[in-house]
Design a protein around this ligand. Sequence first.
Ligand SMILES: [Zn+2]
Length: 344
Amino acid sequence: MTGKERALAAFRGEPHDRVPVIPLVGQAGAVYCGVAIREHAHDPVTLARCQIECARRMGYDGVYISADTWVNAEAVGFPNVEHPEHAPACGHGTWIESIEQIDALPLPDPKRSGRWPLMVEAVRQAVKMAGDELLIVGNFDQAPFDLACQLRELNRFMLDLVENREFAHRLLDYCADAVSQYAIAMAEAGAHVLNTGDSAASGSLIGPRMYAEFAFPYEKKVFQAIRSRFDTPITLHICGDSSTCIDLMTQTGATGIEIDELMDLAVARTVCGDRVTAIGNVGTVDPVMRGTPEQVKAACRECLEVFAGSNRYILATGCAVSPLTPPENLVAMVDAAREGCQAC
Ligand SMILES: [Zn+2]
């Protein structure tokens, strides 16, 4: 089986030859290829080429087409984003102040707004370069809750959830409509899978009641907008400990959920069952960034044991791979999946 076939089988819950491996490689792919992070985030051919070259070199099964976490905020007009040459883009400050400002915001256009056109082109290029060999995941970060936190500023938006709920819902509704445009454009460009992150909706930051009211309905709205036109698998990433919201995450309409390392993978298997594909959750820092290949393989075996006998599991890092990660540790993840585990 090719990486693409193997990973798609895992999203359909169909039998496949071994557990697919897709570490969450973003900017690390630029660094591994000797390309400046800013160039990787602004040139679609470079972005696609770096990601595909890394997957081929290290043997994993699919790639994420992702620049950084400020692509959507920029596309809707957020003004304060810096683009350092050798670090990911970073935004700061607050922008949205009133419901009137939200009502006056036009929906961004995937053909014109910010870096959306170049990211959609990066998906198109990657699909062409990969052929049937690798799975191409179009990352349409950020999901609505995370995007609202960026446009309003995280601390202020957290207060809005308590003090200014109507405002919060209006902003989230706008964010859901904006993000849907981008996700659909990535699907049109041929992405095999679509992925988004709603990291600020983590159980490490908000409780289950807040997740149910402010994150879940808008994630679901985006996924339904995609589903009305495409049957592309969709995955949802939430950083940190999401044990308080994992059950709802599986009810958003997502085909797969990405499990960060703070989560108990056995709980994830129980919740996901045969309905949803679980992706994760080898420690991104320890052991993947700081450990030895042997330590990485041991951690991978523990994950594989938990999902032994399941057709709905992808071995991955819990979160985005650091550019400081030795490439041989990603190769070790692939070796671990090839070797399997005692219970596999
Ligand atoms: Zn994460």
